[in-house]
Design a protein around this ligand. Structure first.
Ligand SMILES: [Zn+2]
Length: 379
């Protein structure tokens, strides 16, 4: 098999991995990168420049792990260049318009209103293109059998297991091994035995990282606002994180009303429509707030509303597997090769080495952008 990262190597954004396996050309995810106030796409053109493909229409399918913009945002752009099949879980499709239209859009400096409108209608067309895949039941693409398994992280997120005649491959996508307020942790049955794993290991280079320390700071701020009787604004980087936070706040201080900005409120509605327990009695849409500044209330959103508040905190925390989880999963799967992506660069290489040591004798590769990796196993 051959794997080429077209984006999302040692950074979060524009995740897109070309996989050639037993004659089938696949793209695993198709995301955008917003970090530099510009909207960046994966380097699709590399496939043509390098002679890997003579046309993008030679791509047989795109498999989407989940609906965050760093994994699915470039789908409308790709489909405007070539027609191909797209597969995603049913819940990802149901949430995709919420998750795709993430907040970075209004901040784009180079974008006219017209361009944005054009892309939103392209996004709707892209949504109609997607075939939904049930979890844990396989479908065939040429000689390949493909199965989606729950990945945790956000509702609908999938790990994608690909079995060929001679090779087996797992793409983890973004994953979490622990249950969150909105979704259960990753599930892979014992028969999943990939030779090669492409792992989105955000914390695979952070041996001491704990996702719980970030939440405790937020918890402290909520308790303070309750004690002082004042509103608190929590800035959430994504709607899914915003809703996770809302549940966390409701657990910590059940008497405080939690006001949700529009995209989070809409996500809550959508999840309820999918029979998921996303709503709580203390949640209200932000528009219902009376503006009382001498009563405790928590407000969660992007940045639109934050200027009205005296107390504003960042509500960032991780929905990704931490270092011990990444190591434990790879030890359990015991592949021959692990390619680690979606993991920030490690300047002195110390943690690259630590992961290699902890996973030995697994061959750990940190793929570079636009670089073909040919992986072959001798029997
Ligand atoms: Zn991601």
């Amino acid at each position: 098999m051959k794997l080429i990262a077209l984006g999302g190597t040692d950074y979060v954004g524009a995740s897109c991995y070309f996989l050639h396996m037993e004659g089938v050309n696949l793209l695993l995810d198709c995301g955008t990168d917003f970090r530099r106030t510009k909207r960046l796409l994966p380097d699709f053109d590399f496939l043509l420049r390098s002679g890997e493909l003579s046309s993008l229409s030679q791509l047989d399918a795109v498999l989407l792990s989940h609906g965050h913009s760093d994994h699915a945002g470039a789908l409308p752009d790709l489909l405007s260049m070539a027609d191909m099949r797209v597969y995603a879980s049913q819940l990802t499709v149901a949430l995709l318009d919420n998750l795709l239209l993430e907040r970075p859009l209004p901040y784009l400096k180079d974008e006219t209103l017209f361009k944005r409108f054009g892309r939103e209608s392209a996004q709707l067309t892209a949504l109609q293109h997607i075939r939904t895949v049930p979890f844990r039941s396989s479908f065939q693409l040429g000689p390949l059998q493909i199965t989606f398994f729950e990945a945790g992280h956000v509702p609908g997120a999938a790990m994608i297991y690909i079995e060929g005649q001679h090779e087996t491959f797992l793409y983890t996508g973004d994953f979490s091994c622990h249950d969150t307020r909105l979704t259960q942790g990753a599930y892979l049955p014992p028969f999943v035995k990939p030779q090669t794993v492409l792992m989105c290991g955000l914390h695979a280079k952070h041996p001491r990282y704990s996702p719980y320390s970030a939440l405790s700071g937020i918890e402290r701020a909520v308790r303070l606002c309750e004690a002082h009787g004042e509103p608190l604004y929590i800035r959430a980087p994504q709607a899914t994180k915003g809703l996770e936070l809302a549940h966390h706040v409701a657990d910590v201080c059940p008497d405080i009303p939690v006001y949700l900005e529009r995209d989070i409120w809409e996500l809550t509605d959508k999840l309820c429509g999918q029979h998921l327990p996303a709503q709580r009695p203390q949640f209200y849409p932000e528009s219902c707030w009376s503006g009382q500044s001498n009563r405790p209330s928590v407000h969660i959103g992007g940045t639109q509303g934050s200027r009205r508040f005296r107390h504003v905190i960042e509500g960032n925390f991780s929905l990704h597997a931490d270092y011990p989880d990444c190591v434990a999963l790879m030890r359990r799967l015991h592949p021959a090769t692990v390619l680690v992506v979606h993991a920030p660069a490690d300047r002195d290489g110390r943690y690259d080495q630590q992961l290699r040591a902890d996973l030995a004798p697994v061959d750990v590769i940190y793929p570079e952008l636009d670089t073909p990796y040919c992986i072959e196993y001798t029997k």
